[in-house]
Ligand binder design. Structure first.
Ligand code: C2E
Ligand code: CA
Ligand code: CA
Length: 647
């Protein structure tokens, strides 16, 4: 048992961690040392042939020598030419193995050739032969030292022939030389083994360093949680695929996906559960797409796909795969102990139709996702030509916004809010209008989001409120004003201070003012937003929850805010006279408002039939084109003056 252990430990010393790395390293050393080996071989043989020129027969001293020389030159040049080539492992292994085999053939051949000369010479020449063989074996052992098999082949065969040749001869001096030769070469092999062991250690150290480097590279490209490729890797892969596809014309798609309802999972069950869910989501996507797409996690609950394994001619195949993924993600997840259900939405763009660069493709897919989520969640939205027009238009508007003289160009228009049964005007909603010097009239639906993105909103809100309050000075005392604020205004303590100061300095009773806050803004978690709403209430203003029913926020949470009014979004009003479902929704919202003692304004009323239906289910305060579109400030006076005529 003991000796086996010992043998094993010796074997381990000479076995590298990575056999491939060893073969490559041996190959590299050989490309330098084998040409040297053949060079030395040539010197040895030619010198020997020279001293035997008169003694040896022509075929042995010249013809055979030329044959050996030609072969040596051929092999030496072959190796020399390969010195800068980096072969693959299989090739390197094969060349190293050939070298070992050649050592088994060439070494005895050379020994035999030398000894064939031996008997043609006198004593001087004979000693020369032995000298040449000794010098030869030493230098060649050195040249082959990176392969112990080659060294063994060399030393074993030469010794056998040497020994066999001399041991029976009469001259005992030569027998002694043969024994001497055997001892010296054996010691040399022992020394070479030390050298070889160090060589293996060096290769091991190199492989370990390489492995560590590879591991670090892998870590830098992998998402720690899901073990999927990360954002950095995603872009790297995408760039590669773009370059490839530009050459071979292959179509592919990039999709960005995020989970609907992930935040509540995190909030409700904690981050550990959220993380476990993300891991399963990653696995499910990967299992679903298999070789048809590369999957990556970009961060948070955002995943991305590069669908380059479909060989599709049109969008349909990509969309179908995207839909399959969304569908799979809708199925419940089993997390130890309980079941969770989330959904997912996907934005998708195809190469090369809409974009050809990695960053561009990602942005388009992300844009389609964002736009898609505003409309219908849980499905795939494809980046379209309309989207690209929208982006161009947005860029134009953004640029114009930055250079506009907003104080001059911004206007406030007013749309009446009426008591529907009587038709009497109760007040107005202030709506922003931007008469841009460069673009003409731009609707707030277009520029408000961009102003928010460009951090211009606070400034704009202040200008608009100042203008609206200015107009209000001319109105009869009983008329109220509804004014829209953006979530950015509510989130900024400084802006709120300035807006409240504007109201206080206007001399208008704050009770005549209501601030409209969209459902999404009200659902904003920031404490500052909640605080701003309380501040508004404290100073006497009303607070209206606008666009109710368009967001995806929890009603309980919204209604926990100190509101005075709700505003039912116009999507429920359109065609309400014909749509039973809408009628039920609006009726229940009206009921809820009544129960909570909140006023309720119904917006977007366009037809008499809608008005009648709404009256029927208990609606009173309404707003819409049926009465008036938003009007410029100067028309308000006439609108009010005409009221008695209209009623
Ligand atoms: P909103 O607050 O829901 O305003 C009502 C929008 O519905 C207005 O569009 C109005 O013109 C339109 N509208 C009114 N009655 C009807 C109708 O019967 N049928 C239809 N189809 N539409 C009707 P507008 O003026 O284009 O404003 C769009 C949105 O821009 C507003 O929606 C509001 O969210 C935002 N906005 C407008 N002015 C301001 C502002 O001064 N500040 C902020 N933060 N947002 C504003
Ligand atoms: Ca509004
Ligand atoms: Ca609204």
């Amino acid at each position: 048992m003991h000796w086996r252990h010992w043998l094993q430990s010796i074997k381990n010393k000479f076995t590298p961690l990575d056999e491939d790395a060893l073969a490559l390293a041996q190959y590299q050393v050989f490309t330098r040392q084998i040409p040297l080996l053949y060079f030395l071989l040539l010197i040895n043989t030619w010198t020997l042939a020279y001293v035997f020129r008169d003694a040896a027969p022509h075929w042995l001293g010249v013809e055979l020598l030329l044959g050996i020389s030609a072969f040596s030159v051929f092999r030496a040049i072959g190796w020399w030419n390969m010195r800068d080539e980096i072969p693959n492992v299989a090739v390197a292994r094969r060349r190293v193995r050939t070298t070992v085999i050649l050592a088994w053939i060439l070494a005895p051949a050379m020994a035999i050739w030398s000894l064939m000369l031996f008997d043609y010479g006198d004593m001087y020449l004979k000693i020369h032969v032995v000298f040449m063989m000794t010098a030869g074996i030493m230098t060649m052992t050195y040249c082959l030292s990176s392969s112990w098999q080659a060294v063994l082949a060399l030393v074993a065969t030469v010794n056998m022939i040497f020994f066999g040749f001399f041991i029976h001869r009469d001259e005992y001096q030569f027998s002694a030389m043969a024994i001497h030769f055997l001892v010296v070469t054996s010691v040399m092999v022992g020394m070479m083994m030390y050298y070889y062991r160090d060589f293996v250690r060096l290769i091991d150290a190199r492989s370990l360093a390489e492995r560590a480097q590879n591991e670090a590279l892998l870590q830098a490209n992998r998402d720690g949680l899901t073990q999927l490729p990360n954002r950095r890797n995603f872009f790297h892969t995408l760039e590669g695929i773009c370059a490839e596809s530009k050459k071979n014309g292959q179509r592919f798609a990039v999709a960005v996906l995020d989970l609907d309802g992930f935040k509540p999972v995190n909030d409700l069950y904690g981050h550990a559960v959220g993380d476990a869910l993300l891991v399963q989501v990653g696995q499910r996507i990967a299992a679903c797409v298999q070789a048809r797409a590369h999957v990556a996690r970009l961060g948070g609950d955002e995943f991305a796909l590069i669908m380059d394994g479909l060989d599709a001619q049109d969008d349909a195949a990509f969309v179908a795969l995207g839909q399959t993924v969304c569908q799979r993600l809708r199925e419940p997840f089993e997390l130890d102990g309980f079941t969770l259900q989330v959904g997912s939405s996907m934005g998708l763009v195809t190469f090369p139709d809409r974009a050809v660069q990695a960053q561009q493709l990602y942005q388009c897919a992300d844009y389609a996702l964002y736009e898609g989520k505003r409309g219908s969640r849980g499905t795939v939205s494809v980046f379209s030509y309309q989207h690209s027009l929208r982006i161009q238009r947005d860029a134009l508007i953004e640029q114009a916004l930055r250079t506009a003289d907003l104080a001059q160009e911004l206007q406030v228009w007013f749309q009446p809010i009426v008591d529907a049964p009587s038709g009497r005007t109760l007040g107005f909603e202030a709506l922003a209008r931007w008469d841009s010097a460069r673009l003409g009239m731009v609707s707030p639906g277009e520029f408000i989001v961009l102003a928010e993105r460009g951090s211009l909103m606070n400034q704009i809100s202040q200008m608009l409120l100042a203008k609206a309050l200015q107009e209000m000075q001319h109105w009869p005392e009983h008329l109220e004003l509804s004014f829209n604020l953006s979530v950015q205004d509510l989130a900024s303590a400084a802006t709120m201070q300035q807006l409240l100061a504007l109201i206080a300095n206007s001399g208008i009773a704050p009770q005549r003012l209501s601030i409209e806050i969209t459902e999404t803004a009200a659902a904003h978690a920031a404490a500052q937003v909640q605080h701003s709403i309380e501040l508004l209430r404290e100073c006497g203003c009303g607070v209206v929850l606008d666009d109710l029913g368009t967001g995806f926020s929890s009603l309980t949470r919204l209604l926990g805010l100190p509101l005075t009014k709700i505003k039912i979004d116009r999507q429920f009003v359109r065609g309400i006279d014909a749509k039973v479902a809408n009628r039920k929704i609006v009726a229940s919202l009206l009921n809820m408002a009544r129960e909570m003692q909140l006023q309720c304004v119904i917006e977007g009323v366009e037809t008499p039939a809608e008005r009648l239906t709404l009256l029927d289910i208990g609606g009173t305060f309404m707003q819409g084109y049926l009465w008036s579109r938003p009007m410029p400030a100067r028309e308000v006076a006439r609108w009010l003056a005409d009221e008695s005529v209209r009623l």
